[in-house]
Write a protein that binds this ligand. Sequence first.
Ligand code: GLN
Length: 309
Amino acid sequence: MQDCALDKGLLDEIMDVARVMSADGKPADYIPELALTPPELFALSCAPAGGETVETGDTERFFTMQSISKTLALAFAVEHFGAANVFRHVGMEPSADSFNSLMRIEMTSSKPSNPFMNAGAIAACSLIHTAYRESSAERLFGFFTEITGRDDGFDEKVCASEKRSADRNRALAYFMKSVGLLHGDVESILDFYFKLCSIRCTSGGLAQLGAMFASGGVSPVSGRRLIKRETAHIVVGLMSTCGLYNGSGEFAVRVGLPGKSGVSGGILAVVPGRMGIGVFSPALDAKGNSLAGMKALELLSDRLNLRGF
Ligand code: GLN
């Protein structure tokens, strides 16, 4: 297949085809504030290594990172505490369960399958919170700011809305504590987790985050190394096997790239050595993944010949 050039014309074409998919889904509503997001929004950004970001759609629109921030928590925890220590508390295997499932933990009382399930991310947050207490959120916000070169803060409304409706995450965290899988004050750990999920970003910010992982840990904005190459490999490796929860297999087949989704409708994708991609469209499938976002990545992967496998 002939590779196309990455330009705005190509992204416009992809947007026109992909955004139609939104009609088959709807924005997440278990966090009431997210249900207010207009479902027709769409943004797509590509940050190629050493080049200018190319983008289209509602690229000025802020949304919250939700589960995409789990890549930040994992990278930060591995960098600060070492991989061996982190993976004593959380596994590195995919799971066929939904992202907020309690079932396996209750049945086995063993550590969460991977750091991209809610249980695994809450375990990573607990490690960070044990070390950095009340400064944990600021440190993670600072980490994202260093990557993107901008500070867009976090969305207090979405954070408060999640906190009010977080019965399931609360159940998960208290259960983990009861069987010795979580240590510390559950409410403080969850407050930190909700803040991480509420970090504000744009599709361009996600593309920069992807570019950082694609380069093996160097900020695309400042050129500074922010994480070790081995840390980037761990995050990208887990993105390729677990990044879209129980939709990871389908994503691997259709898109062929490491990805990480969030229930606000964002998807981060990494083309190792080549580029970072951020896409946003709030209508989700039943597994909590953006319908138009997945379609756009599939088309982009085909047109630019990006598949890694
Ligand atoms: N904040 C969300 C939650 O904990 C994140 C889940 C997601 O994006 N899949 O439910």
